[in-house]
Write a protein that binds this ligand. Structure first.
Ligand SMILES: O=c1ccn([C@@H]2O[C@H](COP(=O)(O)O)[C@@H](O)[C@H]2O)c(=O)[nH]1
Length: 236
């Protein structure tokens, strides 16, 4: 593989969706220097992932703690401050104005970037309507991205198919991180709003999150390298 720059490498976040630390560590070991950014989400957190997150940070990797926090302001503020203390790079909260404002207070003065989860990439129009939202996916994502910017957090999580619209509605330094990324030919699974790595970047995503296309591949290392090459090509 052609060597990719550190900047391109930092744009790929690999989701460590495993039930225990041992399985996650095995993947990190396998991927080696090719991957610099890992996501610890709900499944691994329950399986002891916070200790692994600390080890990854100590080893020079970046960590995205995808906890999708949503609670009263005091709790969100203190939990965000605790994540900042741990040296985590990215943290998610639900994109509700009160929640995002509390997280912004908790992250203040730290390097932690808080991202608001707009509309899950596993939701389509019918899922959003069933959850009681009258506005469609695009309008809900747009409104939440603007509210995220107003709340003073770093950016949002949205689908790659929303990224161009969010980029147009927010300032150039607003961070757009997109899960729901599928290399051509890979299975969508439960993702309903998804696109390829190159299309996500072209639409304005700063970073992409990829789980199963790497963790479920016969050769995870080759899968990650292929995605990095696609990102490098898309960046020109
Ligand atoms: O809207 C969202 C928010 C978070 N995720 C998380 O990203 C990864 C995607 O994993 P894949 O295996 O590549 O589908 C996963 O950890 C989700 O919890 C998301 O998919 N959509």
């Amino acid at each position: 593989m052609t060597d990719v720059s550190p900047d391109i490498r930092d744009r790929l976040i690999v989701a460590l969706d495993y039930p225990n630390v041992g399985a996650a560590e095995a993947l990190v070991w396998q991927l080696g220097d090719a991957v610099s950014f890992y996501k610890v989400g709900l499944e691994l957190t329950v399986g002891g992932g916070l200790d692994l997150a600390a080890d990854l940070i100590d080893a020079g990797k970046k960590v995205f703690l995808d906890l999708k926090m949503h609670d009263i302001g005091n709790t969100v503020e203190k939990a965000t401050a605790a994540a900042a203390e741990r040296g985590v790079s990215l943290l998610t909260v639900h994109a509700y104005p009160q929640t995002m404002a509390a997280a912004a207070r908790g992250a203040k003065g730290s390097a932690l970037q808080v991202l608001g989860v707009t509309v899950l990439t596993s939701y389509d129009e019918a899922d959003l309507a069933a959850a009681g939202y009258a506005q469609g996916v695009t309008e809900t994502v747009r409104r939440r991205a603007i509210q995220a910017q107003e709340a003073g957090i770093a950016g949002v999580i949205c689908a790659p198919t929303d990224a161009a619209m969010v980029r147009a509605a927010t300032s150039p330094d607003f961070q757009i991180v997109t899960p729901g990324v599928r290399p051509a030919g890979s299975a969508a699974g439960d993702q309903k709003r998804f696109a390829t790595p190159a299309d996500a970047m072209a639409a304005g995503a700063n970073r992409i999150v990829v789980g199963r296309p790497i963790t479920g591949a016969a050769d995870p290392s080759a899968a990650a390298r292929s995605i990095l090459e696609e990102l490098a090509k898309a960046a020109g």
